[in-house]
Design a protein around this ligand. Sequence first.
Ligand code: ADP
Ligand code: MG
Length: 227
Amino acid sequence: MIDLQNIEKYYSNKGVKSYILRHVTTSIQEGEFVSIMGPSGAGKSTLLNILGMLEEPTYGVYNFMGEDVTSLNERKRIELYRNHIGFVFQAYHLIDEMTVAENIEAPLLYKKIGSSERKSRVADMLGRFNMVGKRDLFPNQLSGGQQQLVGIARALAAQPSVILADEPTGNLQSAQALQIMELFKKLNQEKGIAIIQVTHSEVNAQYGTRILHLLDGVIKEDIKTAS
Ligand code: ADP
Ligand code: MG
């Protein structure tokens, strides 16, 4: 599903290059559950953003579902993103002026999905996440854990092939974090949705079947977990 060949990312400042990612070469298959770990500043978010097409590498080839992402024009790239990728952010990134239901529906509008199908997917998500009673509330009326569930519901409503999550439980208490990890595991095992998460937590990382360790922009380790 994902193939990275010699991905590099650097910023040039007065002719001096500072590398964020170096020689990143790896593949991720459909249905995998991968955790990306590493110290702060290692390049984890940059790598996830490149996978999510939110940032472009300086060098290298990124192939997603048989498409060379780096050579696609912006319109094609956005279409590929909308059809396959659900992004979940640490800080939720919900739209404050929209209700829970409207937030979940928003990506479906971009995908030009018809009104009745949109309503049915939103209802399905609200039901699945036990948030039917919260459909008309605004994000600031929810707990952090509930906001992140809305963030995940929004990513899932578009029926992605892969969920990319950057420290999705970084702002949550451990009980809520556990709930999110169990949800990811279920989505991965029952729906075959690939999960790629950045995490600082060894416990969270073990939910995955594989852990990539990044250090100074380089993949230092790529190990299979026991699960
Ligand atoms: P992580 O998520 O592992 O903490 P990031 O991918 O966010 O790391 O960042 C890796 C490094 O890249 C950091 O040292 C950060 O300061 C640097 N960086 C990120 N964006 C820019 C930018 N626009 N210009 C220069 N350096 C940047
Ligand atoms: Mg980060």
